[in-house]
Design a binder for this molecule. Structure first.
Ligand code: PEP
Ligand code: MG
Length: 538
């Protein structure tokens, strides 16, 4: 028996045989071309073939899994046209190298550059570059495309998985994912979450053929991969797994039930989402609505900002899907750890304390106005509430209201009549919490973002693993700011929710209920568990 530590990106336990996946890596030797012009022609033909394949994969994914999952192939197509990538290849071709070497070396150079970056999201893109490079090489060398064959349900173990590999997986045959590389933003992590199966990334494991077919346990609670578990341990794990599954099943009975404590206190339980597709999981979870739609995810992983039309379609789809349940959409909260090249944000010494969220939107009104127009247009299709992140002053709120008013007027002048929309703000800075009495008079609701409120109150970067102990949302200072906010909201007659991770913390549910918090918004998979916690309270 041997245990390897990994980083869990999804809870749960899986027991099964390991299926080692190692893609065939095509490498090209350093060789000069006898006819450089012919090499250029071969290269362009391979590029066209690769683009054709990606267009086909996009269509297949769109039909099978929806737009969000399909988008990666569109991104790959765009990456093929990346200036740096293409420029490096063309440079090698001009130096007289063969096309295969030019493609191979440019891909390695670009992937290594991305893998070295601070930004976790960008590091995750290195796998995409390796993926497209292999695709162009295969096209050039006229080699067949690879797939992952799986005979029985198994634990898929890989160095890393590319998006096109994950697309081809027969999902019914996968019990869990374990990757040696990968980050919380990696496609494996995203896929595992959407499939609801345990997954570990960044696992301290050396891939070797001897692992193939061995029995293993993936413990998504502890973050462990246990290879050839001993009998005694295995029976304990199996018992834990059964208990978890039985518990998850038992929760189903709570669907349709109220979030009411034994003494009659009630609270709304909503869900957090990051994409249109997540709305399905919200409906399955029986949440009362959506308490936080992180709209910035619509802006990430692409070359330019989504148009008004594209955003309108996304917001409308969520509102329609929720059939009259409230949907709180947060405006773009870009900056800090969420970055997109096309915003051309400067490198900052303290990004979390920097140019982010509403600060960017109030500065770049074109971006803000486009989003607000899309939101107000979509508001006719459901029950929409809009909220604004990173507020620190009353002036910001007043300016937001002015812009929102002028957007509405503009739409009315065009003959487009928006629905009733609540306007609220996130309370996620100590400044906002401390002046929440004044802010409450200018908005319809508050939503407390405890993730940022904790980092700003305790001066502890939420991304820094070494500060995990300090960045503790249970700190009395954070809890007092929450209390102040709730009290001030209610004195002004507005509702207040919590949408940070703390909302799902069952050790505080009683305190929140006593405080009179109106709504808790948590991940869809946590909704029924939280309902049970509320119902078990005195
Ligand atoms: C928060 O800060 O608590 C929050 C919900 O927003 P995010 O985690 O997206 O910053
Ligand atoms: Mg936040």
């Amino acid at each position: 028996m041997k245990t390897y530590r990994g980083k869990s990106v999804m809870q749960g336990i899986a027991v099964g045989r390991m299926h080692l996946y190692r893609r065939a890596d095509y490498h090209a030797a350093v060789q000069k071309a006898s006819d450089p012009e012919a090499e250029r022609t071969r290269f362009f033909a391979a590029m066209e073939k690769a683009k054709g394949e990606l267009a086909r994969l996009y269509d297949e994914a769109l039909n099978a899994m929806g737009k969000e999952q399909a988008q990666i192939f569109e991104i790959h197509r765009m990456l093929l046209e990346d200036e740096y990538y293409l420029g490096t290849i063309m440079g090698k071709l001009s130096e007289g190298y063969q096309a295969a070497y030019a493609i191979d070396s440019a891909g390695k150079q670009f992937a290594a550059m991305l893998a070295d970056m601070e930004d976790e999201y960008m590091r995750g893109r290195a796998a995409d570059i390796r993926d497209i490079t292999q695709r162009v090489l295969r096209a050039l060398l006229e080699l067949p495309e690879e797939g992952i064959e799986a005979e029985e349900p198994m634990v898929l173990v890989a160095d890393d998985l590319t998006p096109s590999e994950t697309l081809k997986l027969d999902k019914k045959k996968i019990l869990a994912f374990v990757t040696v590389k990968g980050s919380v933003n990696s496609h494996t992590a995203i896929l595992a979450r959407s499939m609801g199966i345990p997954a570990l990334v960044n696992t301290e494991l050396i891939l070797s053929d001897s692992l193939q077919g061995k029995t293993c346990v993936v413990d998504g609670f502890a973050g462990d991969l246990i290879v050839e578990p001993e009998e005694a341990l295995l029976s304990g794990i199996l018992a834990k797994k059964e208990a978890w599954e039985a518990d998850t099943l038992a929760l189903e009975q709570l669907k349709g039930q109220e979030n009411r404590s034994k003494s009659g206190k009630t609270i709304q339980i909503f869900a957090n989402i990051g994409s249109v597709e997540d709305a399905e999981a919200v409906l399955r979870s029986d949440a009362g609505g959506i308490g936080l739609f992180r709209s910035e995810f619509l802006y990430l992983g692409r070359e330019d900002a989504p148009s008004e039309e594209e955003q309108f379609t996304a917001y409308k789809a969520v509102l329609e899907k929720m059939e009259g349940r409230k949907v709180v959409i947060r405006t773009l909260d870009i900056g800090a750890d969420k970055r997109a090249d096309y915003f051309q944000l400067d490198e900052e010494v303290n990004p979390a304390l920097g140019y982010r969220g509403i600060r960017i939107c109030l500065d770049r009104e074109d971006i803000f106005t486009t989003q607000l127009r899309a939101l107000y247009r979509a508001s006719a299709y459901g029950r929409l509430a809009i909220m604004f992140p990173m507020i620190v002053s009353l002036d910001e709120v007043l300016r937001i209201r002015q812009i929102a008013e002028s957007v509405k007027k503009g739409l009315l002048a065009e003959g487009c009549v928006p629905g009733e929309v609540e306007l609220g703000i996130m309370i996620e800075t100590p400044a906002a919490a401390l002046i929440s009495d004044r802010l409450a008079r200018t908005v319809d609701f508050f939503s407390i973002g405890t993730n940022d409120l904790t980092q700003y109150t305790l001066a502890a970067d939420r991304e820094n693993r070494r500060l995990e102990k300090i960045c503790n949302a249970h700190h009395e200072a954070v809890l007092r700011l929450i209390e102040t906010t709730v009290k001030n909201a209610h004195e002004a007659g507005i509702w207040v929710g919590i949408c940070g991770e703390l909302a799902a913390d069952e050790t505080l549910t009683e305190r929140f209920l006593e405080l009179g918090v109106d709504e808790l918004s948590v991940s869809p998979s946590a909704v029924l568990r939280l309902r049970r916690a509320v119902r078990e309270l005195p």
